[in-house]
Ligand binder design. Structure first.
Ligand code: S3P
Length: 190
């Protein structure tokens, strides 16, 4: 990260299992930027897991913690940020994130997301726990959220059948052409 003129934030959005955190870490590494994850911030700030928060205070309170995490990361520059899959449903969050960053939507069909999430991925995601048909639940969420995702995103990348390095590379190629997204040092080094 340049200490003089950092680039804008690169913000990864998309459904659970779309690879936001995995790709985000690779992207951050490639650019030498810090990586931030709003779910991790919420868990650190509250001392509870997302599952515990949903069970104790409920989704509505979780969304307030999430909005606070979004405000916090949006005040920074030169970060790679992964936000929880539901974050951009709140227009306040979109406004905050857009002020200092560009959003990249990661996509994959419900069956691909299901395979990535089965097991540990479901156990840590209260919106999916106990769902008899995971792919159907993910398809429904994708439909409900399609407009919000599309409206927030500056671009989208299909992650189907691709590793995180490959997806990160596509984002970097795109980022080069976005004015102010990468710092001069980053543009020279990648
Ligand atoms: C959610 C996605 C999760 C987490 C919470 C709710 C959602 O984050 O914020 O379980 O509403 O899609 P990931 O997208 O990182 O799994």
């Amino acid at each position: 990260m340049s200490l003089i003129t950092p680039g804008r934030n690169i913000v990864l959005i998309g459904l659970m299992g779309s690879g936001k955190s995995t790709v985000g870490r690779v992207l951050a590494e490639r650019l030498g930027r810090p990586f931030m994850d709003t779910d991790e911030i919420v868990q650190r700030e509250t001392g509870r897991t997302i599952t515990e928060l949903f069970a104790s205070v409920g989704e509505r309170d979780f969304r307030e913690h999430e909005a606070a995490a979004v405000r916090w990361v949006s005040a920074l520059r030169g970060q790679v940020i992964a936000v929880g899959g539901g974050a951009v449903l709140d227009p306040r969050n979109v406004t905050q994130l857009r002020a200092t960053g560009d959003m990249v939507l990661l996509t994959a069909p419900p069956d691909v997301l299901r395979v990535r999430l089965e097991g540990a991925g479901v156990a840590s995601r209260p919106l999916l726990e106990g769902e008899p048909d995971l792919a159907a639940r993910l398809a429904a969420l994708g439909e409900e959220r399609a407009d919000a995702y599309k409206a927030a995103a500056a671009t989208s990348v299909d992650t189907t059948g691709r590793g995180p390095e490959d997806v990160a590379e596509e984002i970097l190629v795109w980022a080069r052409s976005r004015p102010g997204l990468l710092s001069r040092e980053e543009l020279e080094s990648i």
